[in-house]
Design a protein around this ligand. Structure first.
Ligand code: SF4
Length: 207
């Protein structure tokens, strides 16, 4: 019977070969097989992440690192929209990639999931406005796996939501909830947070 790490390593190897979506820019980005009870789920990698070979590696990641001091961030990215901004992943791409994410939920069975940005949050719960979900914790199930979900706004400079009241206060409340969560407390340098992007190849505007 393969260990959880072996399963995850096999999974990551298959993921890196994925070319299911014709409009995205491969390769899929993955920081490797990180077994953790906490998953951070971003929207999609930016233009530099495929080169740096881990998600959240550029500007947004630096801010994210400020929010979570010891962060081990992982994987992938989408392409430019005609406007010049990063393209938002299309529904079919999100659908394609959800198979990878579902497999990761099965393998990791996380206790805490932190979706970052509206697109990531909407994969789990309704999110018409960030004000209604940031600062709260939700019990969510994916397949047979149940976990606490604590959403965060995207840390990019595109949206000032998290810098202006009530976003600023709600972000502080969310961060406190995350810091107090037993899965977060259980993290050590040996079990860093697994960061998973919603769509696993290039393209995706920050929300
Ligand atoms: S976006 Fe996901 S499903 Fe599509 S090619 Fe990349 S890794 Fe595969």
């Amino acid at each position: 019977m393969p260990s959880r790490r072996q399963k995850l390593e096999n999974h990551v190897a298959r993921l890196r070969r994925c070319r299911r979506c014709p409009r995205v820019i491969p390769p899929p980005v993955s920081g490797g097989a990180i077994v953790s009870g906490v998953m951070v789920i971003g929207q999609a990698p930016g233009v530099r992440e495929p080169t740096l070979k881990r998600p959240f590696a550029h500007t947004a990641g630096k801010t994210l690192f400020r929010w979570f001091e010891e962060f081990s961030v992982i994987r992938c990215f989408p392409g430019k929209a005609p406007s010049g901004s990063d393209r938002v992943p299309a529904p079919d791409e999100i659908r394609n990639c959800s198979a990878w994410m579902n497999a990761e939920f099965e393998i990791l069975r996380p206790r805490l999931v932190i979706p970052v940005g509206r697109l990531a949050i909407m994969q789990f719960i309704d999110c018409k406005k960030l004000d209604t979900v940031i600062g709260r914790s939700f019990l969510v199930s994916r397949g047979e796996v149940s976990f606490d979900l604590i959403p965060l706004p995207h840390p990019s400079g595109v949206s000032p939501w998290h810098k202006i009241s009530p976003g600023r206060e709600l972000l502080v409340r969310a961060m406190k909830k995350i810091a107090r969560h037993p899965a977060m407390r259980a993290l050590s340098s040996r079990a860093p947070v697994a960061c998973l992007a919603v769509a696993l190849c290039e393209g995706g505007r920050d929300l």
